[in-house]
Write a protein that binds this ligand. Structure first.
Ligand SMILES: Nc1ncnc2c1ncn2[C@@H]1O[C@H](COP(=O)(O)OP(=O)(O)OP(=O)(O)O)[C@@H](O)[C@H]1O
Length: 218
């Protein structure tokens, strides 16, 4: 029987001659919140990029619900790659400054040809979930705060109702109340969809509060 979950199986990753991860295992079960902690440069973000199918491992593989994934990004079938979503630390680095917040949220739906009416309805539903008003949805990133932009990124990450959500220092730049709001939205999504969540943070106190267990990278 296959073990459900998002797994890195003996994955290794290098940049040039620098080996960043060496045969590392990590498993996130449905409904589970796993913390990932480790010193700066230990490969936490690289692990998130591997699990999000954005970066190809040099060795080992990623598996989703027991099925090994081959390829990365668009090489992976839509139904498989949309099982995993990632939320980055810096919403500005992760967004196209030319798009309105509504278009940012809608982008992953348009990319797979979702009909416009469905796109509109789901965008409105998600904007409501993350607490973005209609006025904010018409603005571009330069005209909103980091917290408001991160809310739009969170909405975008939930568009396809992913089975696994990877939060790479996703609340590190936010003030305490936005941090709590983002964590609450993620928690509610997780409960409703039995999603597995990976929380990457330098903040041991945050991980102790948020995660069911914490994995240390050396
Ligand atoms: N695109 C890249 N090209 C070259 N080296 C990279 C690249 N991305 C990351 N690295 C290097 O790989 C190592 C691991 O980086 P990574 O960002 O995964 O670590 P991290 O644990 O997330 O660090 P931090 O906590 O500081 O964000 C670092 O030494 C970094 O400089």
């Amino acid at each position: 029987m296959t073990r459900p979950g998002l797994a890195a199986c003996q994955v290794s990753a290098s940049y040039g001659t620098q080996r960043v991860l060496d045969a590392v295992d990590l498993h996130i079960a449905p409904g589970e919140t796993v913390g990932l902690h480790g010193p700066s440069g230990s490969g936490k973000s690289t692990m998130a990029r591997l699990l999000a199918l954005l970066h190809r491992p040099d060795g080992g593989h990623v598996s989703i619900d027991g099925t090994p994934v081959t390829g990365i990004r668009h090489q992976v079938p839509v139904a498989v790659r949309t099982r995993v979503a990632i939320l980055f630390q810096s919403p500005r680095a992760a967004t196209d400054p030319r798009l309105t917040l509504a278009d940012l949220i809608a982008e992953p739906m348009r990319a797979i040809g979702t009909p416009p009416e469905q796109v509109r309805a789901r965008t409105a539903e998600l904007a409501d979930t993350v607490g973005l008003t209609a006025d904010l949805l018409t603005r571009r990133p330069h005209a909103v705060s980091d917290g408001q932009l991160q809310r739009a990124c969170l909405a975008r990450s939930l568009v396809h109702r992913p089975g696994y959500l990877l939060c790479d220092e996703a609340t590190a730049m936010l003030d305490a109340s936005t941090q709590a709001h983002v964590a609450a939205v993620v928690g509610e999504f997780q409960r409703r969809h039995d999603a597995g969540v990976l929380v990457i943070s330098h903040d041991a106190a945050l991980l102790a509060r948020w995660a069911d267990r914490v994995v240390e990278l050396p």
